[in-house]
Design a protein. Structure first.
Length: 343
């Protein structure tokens, strides 16, 4: 089993498999009006992380799903990453995951049941850590291995955080370094140094549970997780929904220090360029090379958090206590020609 390279059985990797924002937007277009349901307070009308149902007693149910093909070769780690990524949408809205069901596709003629068992075990381990038991699921025989979760969470609605509620002057923070897609591409190509193999996996299996604490802070105005569309893609969505623009200081954006070595070797995921093609017209970059980091598809990336200046000290203290870089990377500004400007 140790000789199997799981990534060799899929054409994509992790959230790099996601359909580009532009193509997805075309797919979702319809001439039919969306049905309106009184209790659904977050749904099709926004580009938020998950849907939210108002229970009528001050609490809400959050529901989301996420799945993809292997981004690492080790089956247990793949299961962990896929589960961490799926659960992240609940944390990104400030909720607590309460249960999950598996989405599982397996090429049964190519890969053994033992490898499949390890993938599921990895997912189960993360669900246990998150307090969200894996209670069932659905499986199919598929040409490529696929794993993910549909997750249900709960939220006190007064703490609900969305991605379209940032306010002018909010400082922007990112809770995990960028570069996962680049490191994963180098690993899939066999270019990565043995000393660097576990760096991305450690980040991708770290739960964004800090979202629960951030949601309770009144000065945290908006929150989303950064995944396949890259930092710029998810920031554009935040700007669009909030009717604002943003300015980013590139030098302050956290990035895995090993990434630049692999960029020099040309280990850029195809998803990077698909991302830029989708939303690059909304962005002004001081240096065109910035997009290789800022559009890098993140799998199980960190939280992008918009914080009022009055709450910066409180938020930065929480970040330091949790070993997270506490420096703001930018600020929300009045709506301008570009949604995002990077200097």
């Amino acid at each position: 089993m140790n000789e199997i390279k799981l990534t060799a059985f899929s054409h994509g990797a992790g959230c790099g498999c996601k359909i580009s924002p532009a193509i997805l937007s075309e797919m979702l277009q319809t001439d039919n009006p969306f049905a309106q349901y009184q209790n659904i307070i977050v749904g099709n009308s926004t580009k938020d992380d998950a849907a939210v149902y108002d229970m009528g007693d001050g609490t809400g149910i959050i529901t989301t799903t996420d799945f993809f093909m292997p981004i690492v070769d080790d089956p247990f780690t793949f299961g962990q990453i896929a589960a961490t990524n799926a659960i992240s949408d609940i944390f990104a809205m400030g909720g607590q995951p309460i249960m999950a069901i598996a989405i599982f596709g397996w090429p049964i003629e190519k890969l053994s049941t033992e490898i499949a068992r390890q993938v599921l075990a990895g997912g189960r381990e993360v669900c246990l850590r998150a307090g969200s038991p894996l209670v069932g699921g659905h499986s199919i025989d598929s040409p490529e291995p696929i794993f993910g979760l549909a997750v249900t969470g709960r939220i006190d609605l007064k703490h609900l955080k969305r991605n379209d509620t940032a306010t002018e002057g909010c400082k922007l923070y990112l809770t995990k370094p960028l570069g996962v897609g680049i490191l994963a591409t180098a690993e899939k190509k066999g270019n990565i140094s043995p000393a660097h193999v576990g760096i991305a996996a450690k980040s991708m299996t770290t739960l964004n549970a800090i979202g629960r604490d951030l949601s309770k802070m009144e000065g945290v105005k908006a929150m989303t997780d950064v995944t396949g569309f890259g930092l710029l893609g998810h920031l554009v969505e935040m700007c669009e929904g909030s009717n604002l623009s943003a300015e980013i200081d590139y030098a302050k954006v956290p990035v895995f220090k090993e990434v630049h070595l692999y960029l020099e070797q040309g280990n850029v995921p195809g998803g990077t360029y698909r991302n830029w093609s989708s939303y690059g017209h909304h962005v002004r970059l001081k240096d065109d090379s910035f997009k290789e980091i800022l559009c890098d598809p993140q799998t199980s990336g960190g939280l992008l958090v918009a914080v009022e200046k009055s709450a910066q000290e409180e938020v930065e203290k929480l970040f330091r206590e949790n070993g997270i870089v506490s420096e703001a990377i930018g600020e929300m500004r009045p709506k301008a020609e570009y949604m995002v400007e990077v200097d």
